[in-house]
Write a protein that binds this ligand. Structure first.
Ligand code: ZN
Ligand code: ZN
Length: 335
């Protein structure tokens, strides 16, 4: 395992807070947060669909690993993806709890159960965590994975390691944006995202947020993390692409006046996809897996709207339907 540090991006000292580097890219302040909650009762809000409303599939996980020249992805739900790349097993943002909240008796509850049970995970080599929000960093899941997969290396953005250490994880590597790590033959690069972090009172932006680019012998994937639209998607593509597979969030965007600073909507997600792929026009369009929808009721839009809008824009962009993967929960695809 080697860590390279081409240029530490965030000149931050302990005790300082992380920031998005682009103009007007900070999330709304307290006044707007209060307005958001005050108006939440009067805003039109689509009903939450009953549990189990979305399609499920039987996962085709390879145990213990995929073959030497084989790659598979399984969408477990939300931003949780099991990647089996040749002999290496990676998981993104492992979230398995019923609620994305500090306590399990209130807060956003699952509409869809995880498409693969936690105890059905193959032996994990790498766990990638994008940031500390409750729908991405799930303490019970971290504890159980740390116990059941003690060999796993945890890759997290700056400042996040402390949470994991307290929950039993051992090998933890914190990355700044653009920092790289080579682990089990996979080069992992933390990529910029426009978002924020917050988990408990007083810790806002004390840890960083990011996406991850992966490179395994020239096969490349990108996991966007949670992000609003920002001007550096093109640079992500030119520095760490061309990608064969892209995992991009499409949900949790209404009301727009509030959410546009933290989450892309489906059209912005595809704009980001277009910009990430723009630097390599001759490369085939990467398969895009749509993330961050259908699992938890987080925002106002109808829960089945994100994939519909994403597919409509995908077609407007002249892309082939089969390159946009709107997965069933638990669905596996060969990559
Ligand atoms: Zn988030
Ligand atoms: Zn999220």
């Amino acid at each position: 395992m080697t860590l390279t540090d081409p240029n530490s991006w965030h000149p931050i000292r302990p005790g300082e807070r992380f920031r998005n580097p682009w103009p007007a890219s900070e999330p709304h302040g307290l006044g707007d947060v209060l307005r958001f909650f005050r108006e939440s009762r009067s805003r039109p809000r689509a009903p939450t669909p009953p549990r189990g409303s979305f399609p499920v599939a039987t996962p085709a996980v390879a145990y213990p690993t995929a073959g030497a020249d084989e790659r598979r992805a399984t969408w477990i739900g939300h931003a949780t993806v099991l990647l089996q790349l040749n002999g290496v097993n990676l998981i993104t943002d492992p979230m398995f709890s019923q609620r994305a909240f500090p306590v399990q008796w209130m807060g956003p509850r699952r509409v869809m159960d995880p498409g693969l049970a936690l105890d059905r995970l193959p032996p994990l080599d790498v766990v990638l965590v994008s940031h500390n929000h409750y729908d991405h960093l799930d303490r019970p899941a971290v504890k159980r994975i740390a116990r059941a997969h003690p060999q796993a290396t945890w890759v997290v953005p700056l400042g996040l390691g402390g949470y994991l250490r307290g929950w039993g994880a051992h090998a933890i590597v914190e990355l700044d944006w653009w920092q790289q790590l080579e682990v089990h033959g996979v080069r992992v690069t933390a990529t910029p995202a426009r978002h924020f972090s917050n988990r408990r009172l007083g810790d806002r932006n004390r840890s960083l947020w990011c996406g991850y680019a992966l490179d395994l012998d020239g096969w490349r994937a990108w996991f966007a993390g949670d992000t609003a639209y920002h001007p550096q998607f093109g640079e992500i593509g030119s520095r760490t692409g061309p990608f064969d597979f892209a995992m991009v969030p499409i949900g949790a965007y209404d009301p727009r006046w509030f959410m546009e600073r933290v989450h892309v909507d489906p059209e912005e997600a595809l704009r980001a996809y277009g910009e990430v792929t723009a630097a390599h026009r001759d490369a085939p369009h990467p398969l895009m897996l749509a993330l961050h929808w259908g699992t938890f009721r987080l925002t106002d839009e109808p829960m089945d709207e994100p994939p519909r809008r994403a597919l409509a824009r995908w077609r407007e962009m002249g892309l082939e339907d089969d390159r946009l993967w709107v997965a069933a929960f638990g669905e596996t695809r060969a990559l």
